[in-house]
Design a protein around this ligand. Structure first.
Ligand code: DUC
Ligand code: ZN
Ligand code: ZN
Length: 488
């Protein structure tokens, strides 16, 4: 019997910490050996001249999920996971989204039914909590955290999803008591509604007014408020899809003051601007997401925050809606901005975009790239070291990149079910050519080799203790309140 099922030989391996030349031996779906030179395998992949990186952990994507407006995402777990793996990802963490009146247990079962028979790669679920009843807070949520659902997202906007401050405090308290991490969609709902109503009254219905109504101030106010509430409870917080310089600076200040606040940004805030939403006719609807793309100064601020450690994670926020009556234009071909489905696709291009424009253009290091797209998410969301690194005993989740391959982005290359890409025509350099998921060669030579339903559900553990933004402190408990020590 051969010593290994698979050897990846001659490549340059990079983790979040190091870059080195090594062979990797894989046995039973795990990394079994890392050495100068290995032999004895059923299959050998020659990675000479290639980069051997941990597979991506895509921990912000919406798959087979009804939106707050009740619109079903265009990607199910088959097309969504296939698109993910072609983009260099080996783990996805989409959402199991509670709508008002639903029990969380029931929600989780629904999403298992959607994912189990279809996902081609390993997956977990974040919970979305929109109805934090006593039953949810007191029983379902603590029990689900113990069962491995250790992260949840809450919204401060969207009429059917948003939580009041008191509800957010309750959710944060449960997170604190059970070691879970809370993600926040931080936009002030009243500001957005007030501006939207004024714009609609004045007859401003075109897609670009979506961006006007989702004002920068709505984002910075809600970012600051969420941070202050987490500070009161003294529990970690992750602000998702940050789009503005001001929100990034707010996160940075909190970190400098010792608070454990994590930050995320997404491709749409690096590569799109309000000019894209302002395209002719309804074309701009393709670029409507929340928060909206901003301007070039904000793009530069996002790059800075990725490079200087303010943001720990970079995810796509893949929210797939077709440009037709099933998705973006569900309310009609000329629907006003308020009724457009919110979201842009990006699960397959997330890593190639950041590799080409980040590593390739010297804005971030290769090791930062690995940290931002894989390792840090695996740590924060409780999957490390099984996921997010190349180490003995870790799952053999590996993407072999050709750093020199030039690609002209075109929707024809992609595997999602959206029908367009916002990044059409971009010239990228660097591409994940071979993707190995739990030891299986899932993608090679542009072909998929794994079956729907072959991915595994990942039970997670509380994880954020493995990573701390520079200068931040461990929580302290006030014995009188059992909350944070700094309430007064
Ligand atoms: N904003 C979200 O919060 N979720 C999905 C898509 C979007 O634009
Ligand atoms: Zn969101
Ligand atoms: Zn999202």
């Amino acid at each position: 019997m051969a010593a290994f099922d698979l050897i990846i030989s001659g490549g340059t391996v990079a983790t979040a910490a190091d870059t080195f030349k090594a062979d990797i031996g894989i046995r039973g779906g795990r990394v079994a050996a890392i050495a100068d030179a290995l032999d004895g395998a059923d299959r050998i992949i020659d990675a000479t001249g290639k980069l051997v990186l941990p597979g991506g952990v895509e921990a912000h994507c919406h798959i087979a999920q009804e939106s707050g407006m009740g619109i079903m995402a265009a990607d199910d777990y088959e097309s969504g996971s296939i698109s993910a793996v072609f983009g260099g990802n080996t783990t996805i963490v989409p959402f199991a989204a509670q709508h008002k009146g639903q029990s969380l247990r029931e929600v989780v079962e629904i999403y298992h039914d959607r994912a189990g028979p279809k996902s081609v790669i390993d997956y977990a679920f974040h919970l979305i909590i929109s109805d934090p009843t006593e039953q949810v807070l007191g029983q379902e949520l603590p029990a689900l955290i113990k069962d491995g659902y250790t992260s949840f997202k809450v919204f401060l906007t969207y009429p059917l999803l948003k939580l009041a401050d008191e509800d957010l405090l309750n959710v944060l308290s449960v997170a604190r008591e059970n070691g879970a991490i809370t993600m926040v969609h931080a936009e002030n709902d009243d500001i957005i509604r007030w501006l939207s109503d004024k714009l609609m009254d004045a007859g401003h219905t075109a897609p670009k007014y979506h961006a006007v109504s989702h004002a920068r101030i709505a984002e910075s106010e809600a970012t600051n408020r969420a941070i202050q509430l987490a500070r009161l409870v003294d529990t970690p917080l992750l602000i998702v899809h940050v789009s503005t310089d001001e929100a990034a600076s707010t996160i940075r200040r909190a970190q400098d003051a010792g608070l454990r606040v994590f930050g995320e940004t997404c491709p749409q805030y690096l590569f799109l601007t309000i000019d894209d939403i302002d395209k002719d006719g309804m074309e701009g609807a393709k670029f409507c997401c929340s928060p909206p793309p901003r301007d070039e100064a904000d793009q530069e601020a996002m790059w800075r925050a990725l490079a200087n450690g303010t943001f720990q994670v970079f995810h796509s926020d893949h929210a797939p809606y077709r440009f037709d009556e099933t998705g973006k234009l569900h309310a009609g071909p000329n629907a006003p901005f308020k009724k457009l489905a919110n979201g842009v696709p990006g699960i397959e291009l997330r890593m190639p975009l950041l590799f080409s424009e980040g590593v390739g253009k010297g804005r971030i290091s290769l090791n930062d790239f690995v940290a931002l797209t894989s390792t840090n998410a695996a740590k924060i969301y409780g999957m490390h070291p099984r996921k997010g690194t190349i180490a003995i005993g870790s799952d053999a989740d590996i993407a072999i990149w050709d750093p020199d391959r030039e690609v002209n982005v075109s929707y024809d290359l992609l595997h999602d079910n959206v029908g367009y890409t916002p990044y059409e025509g971009m010239q990228l350099k660097g591409w994940p050519e071979t993707v190995i998921s739990a030891g299986r060669v899932a993608v090679s030579d542009g072909e998929l080799h794994v079956e729907p339903g072959s991915g595994t559900f990942l039970e997670r553990t509380p994880g954020y203790d493995f990573i701390r933004p520079a200068g931040t402190l461990a929580p302290e408990t006030d014995p009188a309140t059992n909350f944070g020590a700094k309430i007064v």
